[in-house]
Design a protein around this ligand. Structure first.
Ligand SMILES: NC(=O)c1ccc[n+]([C@@H]2O[C@H](COP(=O)([O-])OP(=O)(O)OC[C@H]3O[C@@H](n4cnc5c(N)ncnc54)[C@H](O)[C@@H]3O)[C@@H](O)[C@H]2O)c1
Length: 467
């Protein structure tokens, strides 16, 4: 810890920081924990899927205490008052799937206004709307995008660790396709996902949720491979899958062998010392899975978490630094997927499985001194879209997360002032924790998340970079 950082942590330092607008950030609700207050469902005209999806997610919503849309009271002087919710809600779910006209956006304003300062801490706003591609007419398509603008702004205006997120529904989406996403967003697992929008569709045919699926143990007896698992985000990914019942294969370079063995033991998984850039890395993983779990065993999910930075301004960036980042962060992932997707490979990916990559906000927006890293992470996004399309007729989903500033050894190396700026430039006013990324990846790998495919979910607290 630098002298400046030590000073910053003293009571006087905190007082000065507070006066400079750097107040202590709110503590976020985390884990499989629903809000304390009621989850209010505001079903706008033409909606209907929200109630059923919430019921499937095990949430019993409260109705708003006023009629949408004409909820008006008058004060003593006859001035119109905004509607109020009876009890401080923990979450507001707005079913806007029937909204098609500009005039109907007023209904969103009406139901949102009372919660902007009335939600409990770490509260939630979740908006359901139809994807522009699923509605007819110019106005309806424009209105879908208008809702995205509302969501992003609401995320920025909410306080005390509350978040807002929007789900666009593709044609044919059912309530069952929404349930894992709704429980993820309402629970503390989504603590650092804010101001985001992603698309949900019907689960691919063959991607069915088993009858014995237990929402809190979604990976019971399922094999999950995590690369870069010896420390940081990868170690928390391993822990999160193990908490949810998964059998973890923890992969990392031989030089990290001790730390890797520790994580593997902790999660009662197995360790595989492997540099993912070596030839035949995919075959090594498959052979390990087959030898530890038997020749019939198949991988349920692979999480391509291993990554490196080699930051330099482009003017100083040599060929070696350029190539190493692209090799680890992108090329190795393409090669391993290619090998593991062979349906006949013992220890390869299961017929119905999940692939998750790790992009970065630097991949969205670019970042000074990170041309190589931004190229690799934008490449991960391109790969996610392309591979999900290429696997359209196999029940395998391909998604990625894009973390913003996460507190790890990687980011601890950033000089203090710069680190504090990165930490603060998001709507939640703090850095995320490795577990926040891990929870989002676990949600994407859930057997009930088969309708989430080809999506990049940012875990960045609505970072201003690339927002
Ligand atoms: N920390 C952040 O703020 C942040 C932000 C955006 C994206 N990410 C991404 O999240 C992932 C994890 O980041 P982290 O902060 O935990 O990093 P980290 O450096 O703490 O951990 C990365 C792990 O990957 C392993 N690894 C590196 N090269 C490997 C190789 N060739 N073969 C096998 N393992 C290898 C390392 O040994 C290490 O254990 C990376 O892909 C990173 O780019 C991190």
């Amino acid at each position: 810890m630098s002298l400046l950082e030590k000073l910053y942590r003293t009571p006087l330092g905190k007082q000065v920081a507070g006066r400079a607008g750097l107040a202590e950030p709110p503590t976020l609700r985390r884990g499989r924990v629903l809000p304390i207050g009621p989850v209010v469902l505001a079903e706008l005209p033409g909606g209907g899927i929200g109630a059923e999806a919430l019921a499937l997610a095990g949430v019993h919503p409260a109705e708003p205490l006023f009629d949408v849309p004409e909820a008006r009271t008058e004060d003593d002087r006859g001035r119109a008052q905004p509607p109020r919710y009876g009890v401080r809600p923990g979450a507001l779910v707005i079913d806007a799937t029937g909204v098609r006209e500009i005039g109907q956006l007023e209904l969103l304003r009406q139901v949102l206004r009372p919660v902007m300062r009335g939600l409990e801490k770490s509260g939630r706003i979740v908006i359901l709307a139809m994807d522009a591609a699923a509605v007819d007419g110019l106005e309806a398509k424009a209105v879908a995008q208008a809702i995205d603008g509302i969501n992003r702004t609401v995320g920025k205006e909410l306080r005390d660790g509350s978040t807002a997120n929007l789900l666009f529904l593709r044609a044919g989406t059912t309530a069952a396709d929404l349930r894992s996403t709704l429980s993820f967003l309402l629970e503390g697992r989504s603590a650092f996902v804010d101001g985001q929008t992603w698309r949900i569709g019907p689960a691919k045919s063959g991607d069915t949720v088993p009858d014995d699926h237990v929402p809190t143990r979604p990976f019971a007896d399922k094999i999950v491979v995590v690369t870069g698992a010896a420390r940081g985000i990868g170690a928390d990914i391993a822990r999160t899958f193990a908490r949810d019942g998964g059998k973890v294969v923890a992969v990392d370079v031989p030089a990290a062998g001790d730390a890797l063995a520790k994580v593997a033991n902790e999660v009662r998984g197995s360790a595989l010392q492997l540099d993912i850039t070596t030839d035949g890395a995919g075959h090594r993983i498959a052979a390990h899975v087959a030898s530890v779990h038997g020749p019939q065993a198949r991988i349920w999910a692979i999480v391509h978490n291993a990554g490196i930075t080699r930051d330099k301004m482009l003017a100083n960036l040599d060929e070696k630094l350029w190539a190493s980042v692209l090799e680890v962060n992108l090329a190795a992932e393409i090669r391993m997927n290619h090998t593991l997707l062979d349906p006949d490979l013992p220890g390869g990916l299961a017929a119905n499985s999940r692939i998750v990559g790790i992009a970065s906000t630097s991949g969205w927006a670019g970042n000074k001194g990170q041309t190589n890293y931004a190229a690799s992470k934008a490449g991960v996004m391109g790969l996610t879209w392309a591979e999900s399309a290429a696997l359209a007729d196999r029940p395998i989903t391909v998604n990625a997360v894009a973390p913003g500033f996460i507190e790890t050894e990687m980011t601890a190396a950033i000089p203090f002032v710069q680190r504090e700026v990165f930490r603060r430039t998001n709507s939640l006013n703090q850095g995320g924790l490795p577990v926040d990324v891990a929870e989002t990846i676990a949600y994407l790998c859930d057997p009930a998340s088969g309708g989430v495919d080809g999506q990049i979910v940012r875990v960045c607290g609505q970072n201003l970079i690339g927002a």
